[in-house]
Design a protein around this ligand. Structure first.
Ligand SMILES: [Zn+2]
Length: 265
């Protein structure tokens, strides 16, 4: 029998509440076992916790602070870290955390200075929190930023790191693989050559699939609302690229996600 699907990275709290209800109600019919919902900041963490309490067998929250935004004030950061320490038992991971690639590029293209170091320092505090709480970490570290993030992970001897929607170079990919780090791909693998090339180069045992929903996609998904069922197409694409059967690919991706996030069903 075909294994169900896990969405390894979604912003479930960003869907309107009536839409979430419909999504949760249809998961069983669509063969969706559950989702890892990542948090952008403290109000987002609290909402994701509420969602987990509402559907504890399907919603698995990660708590963090998304890097593509202004830094938190020292007070906000203290509150966030304290809240995570108080709520870490039901937490699947620390995340979404990382480095601000798109924000930095935007500043640079407008000729405005951008100070990256405070973001690196904040990320390092999240990395040591993951080590302290013995939890996996979910990273937004696209392109060359993944190298800086690897330095921090190696320094703190982190073993469970998930680079979501990875788009870096083959050299970076080799470094991630040597560390045993996981990456995930979105439905972009269906229509974007760069992502297909990444899947060709990376071991299936270190891959997961995600939507990053409600983020919208192009190609065959242009104009369509992003839902976890889109992952089926991504899995078929991965199976074809890696020349494996659909059933084996579905099973391996499912097992990878369960193992990485310590989920048992
Ligand atoms: Zn995300």
């Amino acid at each position: 029998m075909m294994k169900p699907i896990l969405d390894a990275h979604i912003h479930f709290d960003l869907y309107p509440s009536d839409e979430r209800e419909r999504m949760i109600a249809s998961f069983a019919d669509e063969g969706i076992q559950g989702v890892i919902t990542v948090s952008n900041h403290l109000p987002s963490c609290k909402e994701n916790l509420r969602l987990q309490q509402h559907a504890p067998s399907m919603i698995f929250p990660a708590y963090g602070y998304h890097p593509e935004q202004e830094l938190p004030s020292p007070q906000d950061e203290r509150e966030l870290f304290q809240w995570i320490r108080e709520h870490h038992t039901g937490m699947a991971a620390i995340g979404e955390v990382g480095l601000p690639y798109y924000m930095r590029k935007e500043h640079e293209s407008e000729g405005r200075p951008f100070e990256l170091q405070p973001y690196i320092d904040l990320l390092e505090r999240f990395v040591s929190l993951a080590a302290e709480l013995n939890k996996p970490i979910v990273l937004h570290a696209v392109y060359e930023d993944a190298e800086t993030v690897c330095d921090l992970l190696e320094k703190h001897r982190i073993q469970k790191a998930h680079f979501h929607w990875f788009k870096g170079s083959s050299d970076t990919l080799k470094r991630l693989e040597a560390n045993g780090f996981s990456i995930s791909v979105t439905p972009e693998v269906v229509y974007r050559d760069k992502i297909r090339e990444i899947v060709r180069q990376y071991p299936l045992e270190l891959l997961m699939v995600e939507t990053d929903g409600p983020w919208p996609f192009d190609g065959p998904y242009a104009g369509k609302r992003t839902y976890p069922c889109m992952i089926r197409d991504a899995i078929s694409a991965i199976a074809a690229i890696q020349e494996r059967s659909l059933e084996e690919t579905t099973t391996i991706l499912y097992d990878n996600t369960c193992k990485f996030y310590n989920l048992s069903f």
